[in-house]
Design a protein around this ligand. Structure first.
Ligand SMILES: Cc1cc2nc3c(=O)[nH]c(=O)nc-3n(C[C@H](O)[C@H](O)[C@H](O)COP(=O)(O)OP(=O)(O)OC[C@H]3O[C@@H](n4cnc5c(N)ncnc54)[C@H](O)[C@@H]3O)c2cc1C
Length: 470
């Protein structure tokens, strides 16, 4: 870029910010570099974020609409941002772009216990939605491990999963309708409040998982369920992750559908126990956390079925949590797996998925790849969905650790695709998996995606550089 072009661009950005201030004088808008700093990154520490033109905090759909209308007019890029817990770089700031933080729009607008839906704003934290509806006997199943610090808008934009997907499905299974501000500032409403709706193209599903590249979600109508029984919990230990993977296949084959079926390998068990002292055996090769929420004798029968499959796969020890507090501690330990591994160095969480019956092969491949590339990896995740989070942990002082991790990642993704899997089960493409999106989906698929992108965002101002490889 010549200095003339960059001066012209800086002038255009200046005019845009001035117009924004004039149009929305009451809206919080940061343009100071120090103040903007906390909004430049998500949870991908290894990425290098751009320097934003500013950070805006709208409090209504009208404000979001005005922001995008002006951004469109001045051709200034916009990065939508929820709570910044993403692991694929979707909310990472872009040079000269306005970051639009949605966490101020965090209200529950309506709870309907008769028709089993809620209407919420995108900045609401996932866990706060659960707390808001529980007193009415209602339940919103998608619960990423980050549920205390991720927003519903971010969940929708990534099609987030969590610890209950094996039984209840992912975010997209709970969305009845959306309000979305398009790139030019116009506002559309998709879907509705009915159980069935066959009118027109299903734009609701198009926006889910679109990672802020097609529009900004400003409201969501979400399906909820009656609150299930308190889960009962068991843990099973195995000599190796491959044995645990075989147990998962056995549980699936037996037709048992627990609400939670999570795995942690030896490296993760040790890290979690060192960090949280929950009494997990450091010599176990892997463990499964298994829960049932059907209540009463049926819950016991469900756990018995899962336990039988674990024994058949070679479980060396099986414990049942005897108190609700004990079960909470185990669930919490699993949710804090990433944080625990982070205590041992620089951690980089991956998110690969395979058809569940291929889990033992994937787990064996990850172990082999880590050894071949001389890297430490802790594997944990949603074994019941075949969705794993291998997390590479490296010494910050090791000069070529990042290179070895990148080589190991590439080998792992290739193995995943060989097994008929996906390079991302729930964290999205963002910045970190763009080249693998092409490898996984193929050129024709990417052309169809680009056609949709340019129809909805012809100037390419929404989250540029994310998802698509330029
Ligand atoms: C320790 C840890 C555990 C995690 N566990 C899980 C897990 O179990 N399952 C899982 O799925 N994820 C998990 N995640 C990843 C992350 O929490 C999810 O991807 C979450 O959905 C991101 O929400 P957010 O509000 O933080 O979004 P952000 O990180 O702020 O943004 C994510 C993407 O959404 C877009 N976006 C945000 N809000 C909007 C909006 N209103 N309209 C349009 N686009 C928007 C952004 O542009 C960006 O592309 C975990 C993360 C961490 C750090």
């Amino acid at each position: 870029m010549t200095s003339d072009t960059s001066t012209a661009q800086a002038d255009a950005t200046g005019r845009f910010l001035e117009a924004l201030r004039r149009a929305l004088p009451g809206m919080r808008l940061l343009t100071d570099a120090d103040e903007s700093e906390p909004y430049r990154r998500d949870q991908t520490a290894h990425l290098h974020p751009g320097v934003p033109a500013g950070v805006a905090f709208p409090s209504s759909t009208d404000e979001v609409s005005a922001i995008l209308r002006l951004a469109h007019e001045h051709r200034v890029p916009v990065v939508p941002r929820g709570a910044g817990s993403g692991l694929s770089g979707g909310a990472v700031s872009v040079d000269g772009a306005l970051t639009v933080v949605l966490t101020g729009m965090d209200r529950v607008l309506h709870i309907d216990a008769d028709d089993l839906y809620v209407v919420v704003q995108p900045g609401l934290l996932n866990a706060d939605l659960g707390r808001a509806i529980a007193p009415q006997g209602l339940f919103y199943p998608p619960d990423p491990a980050s549920y205390e610090f991720c927003s519903i808008g971010g969940n929708l934009a990534e099609d987030a999963g969590g610890l209950r997907c094996i039984k209840y499905g992912v975010t997209r299974d709970y969305v009845l309708g959306l309000e979305v501000v398009l790139a030019d500032g116009s506002v559309i409403r998709t879907g509705g409040r009915t159980v069935k709706d066959a009118m027109g193209y299903d734009l609701t599903q198009l926006f889910i998982g679109s990672e802020g590249t097609l529009g900004i979600i400003t409201e969501a109508t979400l399906r909820v369920l009656p609150l299930p029984a308190m889960p009962i919990t068991a843990i099973a230990f195995f000599p190796t992750p491959v044995d645990a993977g075989r147990a998962v296949a056995g549980i699936t084959r037996a037709g048992v559908v627990p609400v939670t079926l999570e795995i942690m390998d030896r490296t993760t068990i040790r890290a979690v126990d060192l960090a949280l002292a929950v009494g997990l055996p450091h010599d176990a090769g892997a463990m499964l956390l298994i829960e049932s929420d059907v209540g009463g004798a049926a819950a016991d029968a469900e756990l018995d079925g899962a336990i039988e499959a674990c024994r058949a796969a070679g479980a060396t020890r099986i414990d049942r949590a005897s108190t609700a507090e004990g079960a909470d501690a185990l669930r919490d330990a699993r949710r804090k797996a990433y944080w625990s591994l982070e205590q041992g160095g620089v951690a980089r969480m991956e998110d690969v998925g395979v058809p569940r019956s291929r889990s033992p092969e994937l787990l064996a491949a990850i172990e082999r790849i880590a050894t071949e590339h001389g890297v430490t990896v802790g594997v944990y995740g949603h074994a019941g969905d075949g969705n794993y989070h291998p997390t590479f942990v490296t010494d910050p002082a090791d000069p070529d650790a990042a290179q070895r991790v990148n080589a190991a990642r590439a080998a792992m993704y290739a193995a995943v695709l060989e097994l008929g899997g996906t390079v991302s089960g729930e964290h999205g493409t963002g910045l970190v998996k763009r080249e693998w999106l092409v490898r996984q989906r193929g050129e024709a698929h990417i052309r169809a995606m680009r056609a949709i992108k340019s129809a909805l965002d012809p100037l390419g101002i929404l989250n540029p550089g994310k998802v698509f490889l330029d």
